[in-house]
Design a protein around this ligand. Structure first.
Ligand code: ADP
Ligand code: MG
Length: 352
């Protein structure tokens, strides 16, 4: 069942936090809302769930208007950052909760709950209480509880944020497997770009209550339409440059500190000031004076295992981050002069 959001506005006590939002989510797909804290992700998710009322606009599930339906009539399952399990109930009873509320027969409940627990790898822990589980296990219980009612829509609000790095990866894989298997339309909220890139069919990057860009992981990463998206999704170097007018998709020179370098414009641009977007892994370091490179000096070098991160200062004083695969390039010592090379296909120029 797809989700369609049209001209949505949401306010808290007269303060608009979402205004004129439009979004279509394909049936059975994994959609991620990505953005920094406070941009409105939770608000949008809770509006989809029905916990926060829409001030204006329409919300449809599979073509049916649900804008004014209470949460329990929307056929959703929800998973929260803090698990929200009932502490005084066993794992089994936590998962059984939604089925009991729907007055299903105890025999049916027993087999459905057991199957749901097995799917999240907790078939043997039904009689435990949440306090006797690890964070990762608690979140698996919450996932089983959300899925056991076979909802049409699964909503998850930063479900991995309270887990340590290793558990986060494991639960992430479980979520993706279950979603693919059940083909349940999913809206997943996170501020973690790696999670978003790894898990989603499509990602919506949010900025102050608006969707700044919606696309696949590759589109968001490779073809950011704004410097906000480039910065948030990729930690890109953003540098002010001068450009001539450009058509969408056109590659040509921009002027950075008096030197012309080639960059591609994903969207049409007017002549004048613009923002150059270069990801740290897309800049090359060469011997100083190499043709077509910009002069700089290594200010800082950090060995990170597979890659080495450099801070390079240009003659103008600008600092750029450059990541190189470790090994081949370790000859660039702090203090050394270098030439910076920009791959014209991967270096973008966007409206400022
Ligand atoms: N219950 C509330 N009452 C008033 N303002 C709220 C409430 N919940 C969130 N906000 C405000 O709405 C904005 C969006 O918040 P939220 O949706 O929680 O963002 P996110 O989940 O992206 O961190 C923030 O400015 C926040 O302070
Ligand atoms: Mg939130």
């Amino acid at each position: 069942m797809g989700i369609a959001i049209e001209n949505l506005a949401v306010a808290y006590g007269g303060q608009r936090v979402i205004d004129g939002l439009e979004l279509t989510i394909e049936p059975g797909s994994f959609f991620t809302l990505l953005g920094p804290s406070g941009c409105g992700k939770t608000t949008l998710l809770r509006t989809i769930a029905g916990f926060v009322p829409a001030e204006r606009g329409h919300l449809r599930f599979g073509g049916t208007e649900v804008t004014h339906l209470p949460p329990h009539k929307r056929d959703i399952g929800m998973v929260f950052q803090d698990y929200a399990l009932f502490p005084d109930k066993t794992v089994f009873d936590n998962v059984a909760y939604g089925l009991r509320a729907r007055k299903q027969a105890e025999g049916v409940i027993k087999s459905k709950v057991q199957a749901a627990l097995e799917r999240v790898g907790l078939g043997h822990l039904g009689q435990r209480h949440p306090a006797a589980l690890s964070g990762g296990q608690r979140q698996r219980v919450a996932l089983a509880r959300a899925l056991v009612i076979q909802p049409q829509v699964l909503l998850m609000d930063e479900p991995l944020s309270n887990l340590d790095a290793k558990l986060r990866l494991q639960v992430r894989e479980t979520i993706v497997e279950l979603q693919r298997e059940a083909k349940i339309t999913t809206v997943f909220v996170t501020h973690d770009r790696e999670e978003a890139l790894a898990m989603s069919d499509r990602i919506g990057v949010m900025n102050q209550g608006r969707l700044e860009q919606v696309g696949t992981a590759a589109q968001i990463y490779r073809e950011p339409r704004t410097s906000y998206v480039a910065d948030f999704v990729g930690g890109a170097n953003l540098v002010e440059v001068e450009t001539m007018a450009r058509q969408a998709g056109e590659t040509g020179p921009v002027v950075l500190d008096g030197t012309a370098i080639a960059a591609r414009a994903p969207a049409a641009l007017a002549a004048g000031r613009a923002t150059l977007v270069a990801r740290p892994e897309d800049i090359l370091l060469a011997e100083p004076g190499t043709a077509g490179t910009l002069p700089g000096r290594i200010a800082h070098r950090q060995y990170l295992g597979g890659k080495t991160s450099y801070k390079v200062v240009l003659d103008s004083g600008r600092v750029l981050a450059v990541d190189l695969q470790s090994g081949a390039h370790d000859r660039f010592e702090p203090g050394a002069k270098v030439g910076l090379g920009f791959d014209p296909a991967r270096t973008l120029v966007l409206a400022s």
